[in-house]
Design a protein around this ligand. Structure first.
Ligand code: VGL
Ligand code: ZN
Length: 231
């Protein structure tokens, strides 16, 4: 899929959605995404352009139904059938209150206005920041964006082919323009998941851009915050 590099104007009604930049998705974590921590400097470079930054946090109950161990005989990365359809099974990750569920300590986005937790219902996984994997249970994010008159979303974080991708597709489904900043994401890449999500991006009108499109006119006076874990 083509990644646009032409300059893109950010406006005050845009929101930067930072998806799941948590220890378990970074090297050394329980569901490490290759190069997951490399998204952080890219996010820091573009964050000052945005008036509104929202974070998501994958936040699972201890024996969550998306964990392979909750399905006897099943192994991580295998598929199973849930009441709502096929579901990939994962190693235990981002368990509520554990170090793996914390934001990566290098992530400095104290200006973030919302931390949205998802995946906390024991029986339903939630890749998307908007809907859980049954595609109908809402997280409330669409209402939040609408009430705050945030009309367009830019997406960064982990993982490109799961939580970032599903969030972008749902944003389109709800009528929000959605732009994924490709070099500020890293993918899991399981069984063709990158090709699959990109085919869906094309069909849904999700745009892919490189961060150079956004980084031209950063206000040098905007400072980075302190690590989120010190809040
Ligand atoms: C994610 C798999 C399971 C993600 C979360 O953040 O992309 N992937 N849970
Ligand atoms: Zn998860």
């Amino acid at each position: 899929m083509r990644i646009a590099i032409n300059p893109l104007q950010i406006n005050p009604q845009d929101a930067l959605l930072v998806i799941d930049v948590q220890n378990d998705f970074c090297p050394g974590g329980a569901l490490a995404v290759a190069g997951g921590d490399e998204v952080i400097p890219v996010i820091h470079r573009i964050a000052p352009r945005f008036d509104h930054i929202l974070l998501t946090q994958d936040w699972h109950s201890p024996h969550h139904a998306s964990f392979a161990h909750a399905h006897p005989g099943k192994h991580p990365f295998e598929q199973t059938e849930m009441s709502y359809g096929p579901q990939t099974l994962w190693p235990d990750h981002c368990v509520q209150g554990t170090p793996g569920a914390e934001f990566h300590p290098a992530l400095r986005l104290t200006q973030a206005e919302l931390i949205l937790r998802k995946g906390f219902r024991p029986q339903i996984d939630s890749y998307s920041a908007f809907f859980e994997n049954d595609r109908t249970t809402s997280t409330g994010l669409a209402g939040y964006l609408r009430e705050r008159n945030l009309t367009r979303v830019f997406l960064v974080g982990l993982a490109y082919d799961y939580c970032v991708g599903y969030s972008a597709l749902d944003a389109r489904r709800l009528g929000f323009p959605a732009i994924v900043i490709r070099d500020a994401c890293r993918a899991i890449d399981l069984n063709g998941s990158v090709a699959s999500i990109e085919a869906q991006f094309v069909a849904a009108g999700v745009e892919l851009v490189d961060s150079v499109s956004l980084s031209s006119s950063v206000d040098p006076n905007r400072q980075l915050g302190v690590p989120l874990k010190h809040l």
